[in-house]
Design a protein around this ligand. Structure first.
Ligand SMILES: Cc1cc2nc3c(=O)[nH]c(=O)nc-3n(C[C@H](O)[C@H](O)[C@H](O)COP(=O)(O)OP(=O)(O)OC[C@H]3O[C@@H](n4cnc5c(N)ncnc54)[C@H](O)[C@@H]3O)c2cc1C
Ligand code: FES
Length: 325
């Protein structure tokens, strides 16, 4: 995708795909899934990219390139893709899907001193894209941004998801949790090993599904009535079981109740799963302790077990069995 094409929606695609075959079954490779855990000293496979610690984030001033609304046919736009020039500098040549930025438009003025954390949705040669939902005071102001408006940005922040190119990889997204997976599937070296389940409450055209569906199969589940959530949860469990049988990797992003479900399934199946936490953040860079999560007894550093960790620095991506939700 070049910078001019980013997030210009196509109208021709059939988006929702209930797969005729399970791509995870086709993706079994002996030896796949040698995943290192945070804190492990040695790289066992040489091919795996691991959850790592925070890179050196950069501060930069950027001018908005454009804001694309994702408007449902029957309503007003509350979802937007914000395009910014790709920041220059070493930190941005090594960005990883799952990392985030702190974004602060000048229009926040004196009333909103803190930036807002946003996943890096994708980075192309020319632009950095964030996909956001207008919710409160900050994101409403972001939704009014125009081409040329100045913003301050800190990033890339946090760690990012693992990429195991030969492992069957199941992406699980709930609502806005879809955002980091655009970059993930666009940069995955072997996207045929990746499949995705997406549960959402708004119409599908509110989300950047085209930018995912052109690379991997995506099954979408709209929650519009009482029984729909159960159907989605059952599908998640069935796909996770498949993935576990092939020593695959599960990556999940979405609201906390959804992450708890994924965590519980992953523990029951004894499989590897990473969760991206969206704890509310103020500074985003490890200075305020506002984003803390508590570690479990599986945290790799013994003296930090049962202690708070900063999601902005040690996360936002964690192994499912290493933090409490
Ligand atoms: C690491 C990380 C990555 C994120 N990535 C994205 C993204 O890619 N796209 C996106 O739209 N949002 C993302 N968020 C959530 C986003 O930061 C919040 O929605 C935003 O800060 C709300 O700001 P506001 O000023 O509009 O709302 P506020 O006025 O601060 O709050 C409005 C409402 O949003 C709720 N809220 C505030 N923060 C969060 C949060 N972190 N999660 C859920 N609800 C919250 C409040 O409880 C309140 O009900 C991310 C959050 C984190 C921590
Ligand atoms: S947001 Fe301030 S320490 Fe994480």
């Amino acid at each position: 995708m070049d910078s001019n094409q980013c997030f210009h929606k196509g109208s021709h695609k059939i988006i929702t795909a209930v797969l005729p075959q399970n791509p995870l079954l086709a993706a079994l490779v002996p030896g796949a899934g040698l995943s290192r855990r945070p804190g492990d000293p040695v790289d066992p496979g040489g091919k795996t990219v691991y959850i790592g610690s925070m890179a050196n984030p950069q501060y930069c001033r950027l001018s908005v390139l454009g804001l694309t609304p994702f408007t449902p046919s029957n309503g007003e736009a509350r979802f937007f893709a914000l395009r910014l020039p790709r920041p220059s500098g070493a930190a941005w040549s090594n960005w990883r899907p799952g990392q985030f930025v702190m974004l602060r438009p000048d229009s926040f003025g004196l009333e909103l001193p803190w930036g807002r954390p946003m996943c890096i949705c994708h980075v192309t040669d020319g632009c950095l894209i964030c996909f956001f939902q207008s919710l409160g005071r900050g994101t409403r102001r972001m939704a009014a941004l125009k081409r040329g408006d100045p913003v301050s940005l800190w990033g890339p922040l946090g760690n990012g998801f693992s990429v195991e190119e030969d492992a069957p990889t199941l992406l699980l997204a709930g609502g806005m949790g879809i955002a980091p997976f655009v970059g993930y599937v666009n940069t995955h070296p072997k996207p045929w090993n990746v499949a995705m389940l997406f549960g959402h409450r708004e119409a599908l055209e509110c989300y950047p599904v085209n930018n995912i569906n052109e690379f991997i199969a995506l099954e979408s589940y709209l929650e519009s009535g009482p029984g729909d959530l159960r159907i989605f949860v059952d599908a998640v469990r069935a796909r996770m079981r498949d993935c576990a049988e092939h020593n695959g990797l599960v990556l999940a992003c979405g609201p906390a109740p959804f992450l708890r479900v994924v965590r519980d399934f992953s523990l029951a199946l004894k499989m590897r799963a990473q969760l991206s936490l969206e704890n509310a953040m103020a500074c985003g860079v490890g200075a305020c302790l506002g984003c803390a999560a508590k570690t479990t007894q599986n945290w790799p550093v013994p003296e930090k077990r049962g202690h708070p960790v900063q999601v902005c620095r040690q996360g936002p991506v964690f192994w499912a069995d290493q933090v409490e939700l």
